[in-house]
Write a protein that binds this ligand. Structure first.
Ligand code: PLP
Length: 386
């Protein structure tokens, strides 16, 4: 296998810094290094507050759980989600007693079919949970226009789209909260890890509490005195203000994050330059659907075939040449056993199309001209034969 989906993304410098850090500290659980990483990420993302957690999935869960508490959402309130996304964007909706309302995707930016989105809003809609898929920014100005001052929260999953932009503004900053994943193979890694970004101080406070058991001492110092006064008969160190979880990450993972964050802009540049070349290659053959969005922060290299049989043949063909591939995220999520009851074959034509006709191969800082040239040759060989 010469072209894997994911590669060894920790470099020598990351490892050296990690070793130095381990030697220099006796504190490994969440502490000042986590705080430092959150501050640096806030600067990078240009947002007020960041909460570092142990995965992108935890970030999604915590964001929804915190918003439910903050906004007093009731069981059965509706959250609009796309049919093509990651399972742990839907799981947290259901796990929090809310109702996912699925909307088909479009074939330009792979986010919602915006007409359908408009029609799916009801009196019980509490939030729209956008996914910026494979580095492509969803049309946030349009989504905001559709919401049009109604009290509907906009959440953004940026787990595959760190650094994607609309104009000069990063995705993850258009709604009340944005989530990120630092899992192996994403734009930057902390091995495992995730981040929630928000400009809302109220949401930030609940996120801090819930990340760590509901403990009052997790809040910034400026709030401590007032809370202490309110709850004089309880030891402040063991004062629980809400129901919480343990979704903390460690000082070690934050150390890796601090190191990787310094290089992420360069990684994004390489990914995007690979993507541009890849689109040129795909454009040579009339059999592929091209995605050429503005503001991309490429996550992967997607092949979207007009013909399903060709797609199957080509996927097999490149496997022989050592190129690993996978469905476009998980295809139409409604075909997965855990969501089957929500499926209606009439309503999800584009999600079905992506399920059957698309797959992707990896893109990252290790994909170079030599590999892309090999890909070009492989594509020529396949398409010219047929
Ligand atoms: C769109 C999206 N959201 C959320 C996640 C979950 O992130 P994690 O693997 O860090 O839990 C992923 C995982 O790759 C993802 O692709």
């Amino acid at each position: 296998m010469f072209w894997k989906l994911q590669e060894d993304v920790l470099n020598k410098r990351d490892l050296e810094l990690l070793i130095e850090f381990i030697k220099s500290t006796s504190r490994f659980t969440q502490f000042t290094n986590v705080r430092k990483f959150e501050e640096k990420f806030s600067q990078w993302q240009k947002c007020k507050n960041c909460v570092y957690v142990n995965s992108g999935s935890s970030a999604n869960f915590l964001l929804i759980n915190a918003l439910k508490e903050l906004n007093k959402w009731l069981a059965g309130d509706e959250i609009i989600v796309p049919a093509v996304t990651w399972p742990t964007n839907i799981g947290p909706v259901i796990q929090n007693g809310l109702k996912p309302i699925f909307v088909d995707v479009n074939l330009k930016d792979l986010a919602f079919d915006y007409e359908r989105l408009k029609k799916s809003i009801t009196k019980r809609t509490r939030a729209i949970f956008v996914t910026h898929l494979i580095g492509i920014p969803a049309d946030m100005p349009l989504i905001k226009k559709i919401v049009n001052r109604r009290p509907i929260a906009i959440l953004e999953d940026c787990c595959e789209s760190q650094g994607a932009k609309i104009g000069s503004q990063n995705v993850g900053s258009f709604g009340i909260g944005g989530t990120f994943s630092f899992y192996w193979g994403h734009h930057m890694t902390t091995v495992e890890g995730g981040m929630i970004c928000t400009d809302s101080e109220e949401l930030y406070k609940i996120l801090l509490l819930k990340r760590s058991h509901g403990l009052a001492r997790e809040l910034p110092f400026k709030y401590h005195e007032e809370i202490r006064k309110k709850h004089k008969n309880i030891d402040f160190k063991f004062l629980f203000l809400t129901d919480g979880f343990n979704m903390r990450n460690t000082e070690l993972h934050a150390e890796i994050g601090l190191s990787q964050l310094k290089r992420v802009d360069n990684y994004i540049k390489i990914r995007n330059s690979n993507y541009a070349y890849f689109m040129e290659l795909c454009g040579k053959y009339g059999e592929l659907i091209l995605l050429k969005p503005e503001g991309i922060s490429s996550f992967s290299l997607p092949f979207i075939f007009k013909d399903r049989i060709k797609k199957m043949q080509f996927q097999k063909f490149i496997a022989k040449y050592g190129i690993e591939s996978r469905p476009l995220i998980s295809g139409n999520l409604l075909l997965q056993p855990f969501l089957k009851t929500y499926y209606n074959p009439k309503n999800f034509n584009h999600a079905d199309f992506l399920h059957n006709n698309a797959f992707y191969i990896g893109n990252n800082q290790f994909v170079d001209t030599e590999r892309l040239r090999m890909l070009s040759k492989t594509m020529d060989e396949f398409f010219k034969k047929r």
